[in-house]
Design a protein around this ligand. Structure first.
Ligand code: NAP
Length: 306
């Protein structure tokens, strides 16, 4: 067992997956949970929490590890509420997709006797809510931690142990670098996927039913992440604005270069470009971060209608 009592604040995809993984590995003595709605709390009690409470302040009482699993924009309000109720020596972490905004919102509410170690599991699905979690979500995925300067070594080592016991691999980096890295690997790809769905939505010459019917040609795989939770992604773009705008600017320049090559019929450029990008994409498979099976290993679905 890594922690005697763990408090999860917010009980959606990430928190429920953590709870399932902790239970599977016997990593926590007791898992206490709090979420905004009574409905979510009831589901959590049924599926993965030992106890749920009526307030966040109550949930963190006596907890050795507190994990903030709410949308980034809600972290500050929660921290203000729980700050005075944290146990001396407790470790507090979060799973928010942006780090600078979370540090700015949370740190001012924490007393000197607790160890705040921000974190971000680089794992997820396009589903949300307390029923969407599963124990294997973090298997072989990276979990980034951004410990502040002077962070207590023992507190960090224990948190690391817990995360690794849930199946993830841990890397540490500073907050600003984290926000730039995730802008490249996660935030801008989501922005582009959302935009591509928006383009299809605005098209009048290709009907929506045609987009859906022929989606296996690329649209389906490319836009999977556009089904992700709107609250979470609103908060990500509101709080990682600078890094996202930096990478989106670079993306636009790259797209213009590609557009020009297509217009000019520059086959040599296109071939070289796609050869290079294919190598990078294959590297993701070699690093064990995706399957090498054709069509992501999907079984051929039964044909529906025309
Ligand atoms: P989710 O499935 O939508 O769950 C969010 C949970 O937060 C819900 O239980 C919700 O309660 C609760 N909540 C929202 N506002 C609250 C408030 N003010 N007070 C108390 N509870 C509140 O979200 P998720 O996907 O687990 O994401 C949680 C965090 O993980 C986010 O910060 C996100 O950036 C980060 N993250 C997500 C992914 C991903 O792929 N999904 C990956 C890595 C990191 P109700 O159900 O009662 O509304």
């Amino acid at each position: 067992m890594t922690y005697q009592r763990v408090a999860l604040i917010g009980l959606g995809l990430i928190a429920s997956s953590m709870a399932h993984a902790m239970r599977a590995g016997g990593l926590a003595g007791e898992i206490v949970g709090f979420a905004k709605s009574a409905e979510t709390r009831a589901v959590a009690l049924d599926l993965f929490c030992d106890r749920v409470t009526e307030s966040a302040a109550e949930a963190v009482q006596g907890a050795d590890l507190v994990v903030l699993c709410v949308p980034v924009g809600a972290m500050g309000v929660i921290a203000a509420e729980i700050g005075p109720h944290l146990k001396q020596g407790a470790v507090i972490t979060d799973v928010g997709s942006v780090k600078q905004a979370v540090v700015d919102a949370v740190a001012p509410h924490l007393g000197p006797g607790v160890h705040f170690i921000p974190g971000h599991p680089m794992a997820g699905t396009e589903y949300s809510g307390p029923r969407s979690g599963f124990a294997a979500l973090f298997q072989n995925r990276w979990w980034l931690l951004t410990p502040p300067e002077g962070c207590d070594a023992e507190a960090l080592a224990r948190l690391r142990l817990m995360i690794e016991a849930m199946g993830a691999k841990v890397d540490t980096m500073d907050v600003a670098h984290h926000d730039l890295v995730v802008a490249v690997v996660s935030h801008v790809p989501h922005a582009i996927a959302y935009t591509m769905v928006g383009v299809a939505d605005h098209m009048r010459r290709v009907s929506q039913s045609e987009v859906i019917k022929y989606s296996a040609a690329g649209f389906r795989d490319f836009t999977r992440i556009a089904a992700s939770d709107p609250v979470m992604w609103r908060d990500v773009f509101l709080t990682n604005k600078d890094a996202v705008l930096d990478i989106l600017g670079r993306f636009s320049e790259e797209l213009f270069t590609l557009q020009r090559a297509i217009r000019m019929g520059d086959g040599e450029y296109l071939h070289a470009y796609f050869t290079r990008t294919r190598e990078i994409r294959r590297g993701i498979i070699e690093a064990g971060q995706d399957t090498a099976a054709p069509d992501f290993g999907r079984a051929v679905p039964p044909a529906k209608g025309g």
